[in-house]
Design a protein around this ligand. Structure first.
Ligand code: ASP
Length: 445
């Protein structure tokens, strides 16, 4: 595979907040970048936490904006941010005039109505510092990342700009997390969005590899906070990862996958503190068998609500489900799953989507669909067991249900994803941890 120029192989390396949280962290990043000349485009996050109770600069920037909005004093918060950057610049012995930048930002923040400008400055400043430290050019994200007027990433435009402005012969640092709107204002992605910037840059330059450097050695087969020392996933497909991420696993922003998956650029999750480890490689297809067994991982999330609607002969009523879904659309609620039976259909919705709208949903269902029965079950956790070809392998579902049965966990819902990649079970919130552990242990130990 070649790079944009046809002969050069290019890596895009994105470094997360903890990888750029202090001067010491910057030193490790420099070593990593310099160890392979293919790492010619670097995307940075804002300084993250240095220790457990530390603050993330992005959080502090949002707080500044909030305080400004409410006419409160934001100087003490801004001082914390300033000190973080001054310390890094000082310890790295750089000549960058960080105070000049800070005072410009201090002024501008007070003129902006949206929080995006303030939030984006974390990556902007870190990018300036990293560029000088690496001896790379600084290319502002506003030059290459575009949003549409309605606030979505404009992938086509961004790609065109990247091709125009980034030249592998001139290595550069590009700040993550934000871009520019057609009216020239700054817009950020959702939290964790530097991953998306990295993916868009990798796509634009047709990188051979998109490296995502963070503080863990890759994706684990289960959340380490739930399963002690789970196995690391060495190789996973984009679709499997999508399933795990959609179902609650997070290391990489979920919107960071499609810009690269569409063009087949592999993503490599790596650990800045353990650069010798190969990490997790995310690829389009598995070209060789993997040694991780029948499944690639288990992930889950709590706090779903299941609304089951029963109506005799529902199946023969044309448009029943469409009318049901239009109620959600009107109320701007997105659903997670829609399992159905002969005379019953269930809406599975995360409670954060539903908020205080449940009564409205139920009233509209009663009014427009005249169901025989509606049942609402709250506090449900969904757990996805993921692995390519799972649906076609016998015995996998049996293993999941046996494990849950043995742990005396009651299954409230089952959904075999149409993709054939996963099996989803719904259990009560209180059984969440035990259920994830039981499933993991059934396959791994
Ligand atoms: N700094 C931003 C955040 O904390 C974006 C990122 O780190 O990817 O969400």
């Amino acid at each position: 595979m070649g790079g944009q120029s046809g002969e050069m192989s290019i890596f895009v390396a994105k470094f997360g907040g903890t990888s750029l949280a202090s001067a010491e962290a910057f030193r490790k990043v420099k070593e990593i970048v310099y160890a392979d000349h293919r790492r010619c485009f670097v995307v940075d996050s804002a300084p993250g936490k240095r220790f457990d109770l530390d603050s993330k600069v992005t959080d502090l920037l949002y707080e500044c904006h909030e305080r400004i909005k409410h006419g409160q004093d934001f100087d003490p918060v801004f001082a914390l941010i300033s000190e973080r950057y001054r310390e890094i610049v000082r310890e790295l012995g750089l000549s960058l005039n960080i105070d000049a930048w800070l005072s410009q930002i201090y002024q501008q923040m007070q003129r902006e109505t949206s929080p995006d400008y303030a939030a984006s400055r974390g990556e902007f400043l870190n990018g300036l510092i990293l560029a000088e430290y690496l001896g790379y050019e600084f290319i502002d994200a506003t030059e290459v990342i575009r949003f549409t007027a309605d606030g979505f990433l404009d992938l086509e435009q961004s790609e065109a700009l990247i091709r125009q402005k980034l030249d592998p012969k001139r290595p550069a640092v590009i700040p993550g997390f934000y871009g520019v709107m057609p009216d020239g204002s700054i817009k950020t992605f959702s939290r964790g969005g530097s991953d998306i910037t990295g993916a868009v840059i990798a796509r634009g330059v047709r990188a051979e590899l998109y490296e995502n450097w963070t503080d863990v050695s890759g994706f684990y087969m289960a959340d380490p906070r739930i399963v002690p020392q789970p196995k690391l996933i060495k190789l996973i497909t984009y679709s499997e990862l999508r399933e795990l991420a959609y179902n609650g696993a997070n290391v990489l922003h979920e919107a960071a996958i499609y810009p690269v998956s569409q063009v087949g650029i592999p993503i490599n999750i790596r650990n800045t503190n353990q650069p010798e480890e190969p990490g997790t490689l995310i690829v389009k297809e598995l070209t060789e068998p993997r040694d991780c067994g029948e499944i690639v991982g288990v992930a889950g999330q709590k706090d779903f609500v299941i609304i089951s609607i029963e109506k005799a002969l529902m199946n023969s009523q044309l448009g029943f489900v469409r009318r049901l879904l239009s109620i959600l659309e009107e109320l701007k609620i997105s659903f997670a799953h829609l399992p159905s039976g002969i005379d019953v259909v269930s809406l599975v919705i995360h409670s954060s989507e539903l908020k205080e709208k449940l009564d409205q949903v139920l009233a509209r269902i009663e009014e427009r669909l005249a169901p025989d029965k509606i049942e609402v079950v709250t506090d449900i956790a969904l757990i996805a067991t993921v692995g390519q070809g799972m649906a076609y392998r016998s015995g996998i579902a049996a293993k999941v249900f046996n494990a849950l049965g043995k742990a005396a966990i009651n299954v409230r819902m089952i959904d075999q994803g149409a993709s054939g990649l996963n099996l989803i079970v719904g259990v009560e919130n209180k059984d969440f941890i035990a259920a994830v552990r039981a499933i993991y242990n059934a396959f791994v130990n």
